[in-house]
Design a protein around this ligand. Structure first.
Ligand code: NAP
Length: 280
């Protein structure tokens, strides 16, 4: 089975749109997302454009605050304080990467955890690791929603995650642990990654190495989630050799059209959650 991330994201966005419309009818307010974009790095421009477009479609107000590449760290920090204090702002997103003169850690740590739609603030990271309610990074959240569409109860499943980034691998592991999976994380220093992958009932690959996982690395009846986005000869491919692997496994996400669309839909979901939390 090919997991249709585009369709699942559309369903999720439809649910979000419906909820926002209901809330608007009741309280005459809608969520609002502020995006800070520094410089003119083309992939960031494309991501932000897409985030704004999809926000609008579901009824979220979005505001892009642009800065030139040589903006000072102080200026960004000042803006974040302003957005933190603005009761009309539900969520704050700082598009990464940032130029060298800006300390990413300082920026992330200053965003109020209740407005941290990316789920990168240490408070949200800690809450997720503790199994508490947390704003969860959008890509792993999207992956877990896709996995749960295939298999409702993940109890006792062996999940193997390839990659240990703060963005993907680590939060993915926490989410699957919460679902009672037995979780193994492998990374660039792991010996015999193939042997680990072969144990996986659920395999999530997030490393950025094209076609890394091959057909003889996966079990029949496994679920494969490919987070990777790699450009090879003007084509976008994932971290899994899709054409071969798809023949063998129970379910697999394609690239493009798998995890990617769910990431943006989950950003909208997080923005709505932040908005609702402020209404209480
Ligand atoms: P990252 O921060 O660069 O982390 C990569 C991870 O992969 C690291 O933990 C690294 O291990 C591991 N790794 C690299 N090469 C490896 C190898 N040969 N064998 C085993 N492990 C290896 O990357 P990221 O931000 O998590 O992104 C990963 C991929 O996902 C990229 O292709 C990115 O474009 C894509 N992505 C997709 C979405 C989406 O919406 N679909 C969202 C975000 C990212 P070490 O820690 O040992 O260095």
């Amino acid at each position: 089975m090919i997991i249709d991330g585009k369709k699942e994201a559309e369903i999720l966005r439809h649910e979000i749109k419906k909820e926002i419309s209901l809330l608007k009818g009741k309280i005459n307010k809608v969520p609002s997302l502020s995006v800070i974009l520094v410089g003119n790095y083309t992939p960031s421009e494309i991501y932000v454009k897409n985030k704004v477009k999809k926000s609008k479609e579901v009824g979220i107000n979005s505001d892009v605050i642009r800065y030139p590449d040589d903006v000072s760290e102080k200026e960004i920090l000042r803006k974040i304080i302003e957005l933190n204090e603005d009761s009309e702002v539900s969520g704050i997103l700082v598009q990464l990467p940032l130029p060298k003169q800006i300390n990413k850690e300082k920026i992330i740590n200053l965003i109020h955890p209740s407005k941290d739609v990316d789920g990168f603030h240490p408070i949200n990271v800690g809450n997720l690791a503790s199994g508490y309610h947390a704003i969860t990074p959008c890509t792993p959240l999207g992956c877990s929603l896709l996995i749960k569409k295939i298999e409702k109860d993940l109890t006792g499943k062996h999940a193997v995650i390839v990659g240990r980034s703060n963005l993907n691998g680590k939060p993915m592991a926490q989410l699957l642990l919460k679902e009672n999976c037995t979780v193994t994380i492998v990374h660039s220093k792991t010996k015999n990654i193939k042997a680990e992958c072969l144990k996986a009932d659920i395999l999530v690959v997030a490393i950025g190495v094209p076609n890394f996982v091959k057909k003889d690395w996966v079990k029949e009846d496994s679920i494969i989630i490919d987070v990777g986005i790699n450009k090879v000869e003007n084509k976008i491919v994932g971290d899994v050799k899709f054409e071969d692997v798809k023949e063998k496994v129970k379910a697999i996400t394609p690239v493009p059209g798998g995890v990617g669309p769910m990431t943006i839909a989950c950003l909208l979901k997080n923005t709505l959650e932040c908005f609702k939390a402020r209404l209480i």
